[in-house]
Design a protein around this ligand. Structure first.
Ligand code: ZN
Length: 307
């Protein structure tokens, strides 16, 4: 069984790449876990979404109903939503209020970190620990089904002061759907996130990212009209590809150095991403970059109230 889980984990789980993977089709199973459909095969291979194989030392997150213990330095809790912002080591940059796409106007040397497709107990706590250790805040775009399965973990993301957007309910390929169906799928994902956070004191931000970055002008227009900000990607880490964390780190830094700034796409469901993140954050600091935290204009997001 181990070979199977490792092989599945090494494959693309649910990337946000702009073009479809050549060899793998991805869907989310009814159980809430991601599923990989292998090419030229009718077999559907469920991927272990829980921490059974990959639980990091110190993590006790085992199910949707289990309290979440996140490894690494735990910032002090302030208020109901999360910790006060405590920059560590000079990597944290501005907090930017975003009410429309035009507000995401980064200066040279500024980056925004985004993590899609979670939360996932095997990996998201490690991502949170790395971000806390570096004293920076990111934006997460969870999938509705994952949030339903692991609401406590999503609440922990918010408690740490990160911004939470949404990313559809089942990671749907919206550009291939009828307009009404696509909008319904977006709304379903948004409701799932809100429900997962309910009672925690945190609220999701009206930020959205298209799965596979597969957008249409009609959907973008409709989202803008309802006050939803579509957050695009400047630098794709391509962490959904089969490669080591070291390769992801090197590739992302290379792209970032060439562009000099930008919104970086990662996925908090991948082990390689969690593994390379501490080193990547050290690279950012060494390169003189600053991590900008996006919060919704006018509040409404947890981080926007405590930052
Ligand atoms: Zn995605």
């Amino acid at each position: 069984m181990r070979w199977f889980v490792l092989a599945a984990s090494a494959a693309l789980i649910a990337g946000c790449q702009a073009s479809p993977p050549a060899q793998t089709t991805v869907s989310f199973a009814a159980s809430g876990g991601p599923t990989i459909i292998a090419p030229n095969s009718a077999r559907v291979m469920p991927v272990a979404a829980g921490p059974v194989r990959q639980t990091p030392v110190g993590s006790t997150a085992t199910s949707a109903n289990t309290s979440v213990a996140v490894i690494g330095r735990t910032p002090p809790a302030v208020g109901r939503c999360g910790p006060a912002h405590q920059p560590v080591g000079g990597l944290a940059g501005r907090t930017v209020e975003v009410g429309s796409i035009s507000d995401i106007n980064l200066r040279k040397g500024e980056v925004v970190l985004t993590f899609d497709d979670g939360p996932r107990p095997a990996t998201t706590p490690r991502v949170l620990a790395a971000l806390s250790d570096a004293g920076v805040r990111a934006t997460f775009f969870p999938v509705g089904r994952m949030a339903r399965t692991y609401p406590k973990l999503l609440q922990e993301v918010a408690r740490r002061g990160h911004t939470i957007g949404h990313h559809t309910d089942r990671h749907a390929w919206l550009s291939k759907m009828r307009f009404d169906d696509a909008m319904a799928e977006i709304a379903k994902g948004e409701r799932a996130i809100a429900r997962a956070l309910s009672g925690s004191g945190a609220q999701a931000a009206p930020f959205f990212r298209f799965p596979y970055l597969a957008h249409t002008s009609a959907l973008r227009k409709a989202l803008a009209e309802r006050g939803t900000v579509v957050v695009d990607v400047d630098i794709d880490s391509a962490d959904y590809k089969r490669s080591s964390g070291a390769v992801v780190r090197q590739r992302t830094m290379g792209r970032l150095r060439r562009k000099g700034r930008g919104v970086v796409l990662f996925h908090d469901i991948h082990g390689r991403t969690a593994s390379m993140l501490p080193g990547f954050l050290r690279d950012l600091k060494a390169g003189g970059f600053k991590v900008v935290h996006m919060v919704p204009r006018g509040g409404g997001g947890c981080a926007g109230r405590v930052g």
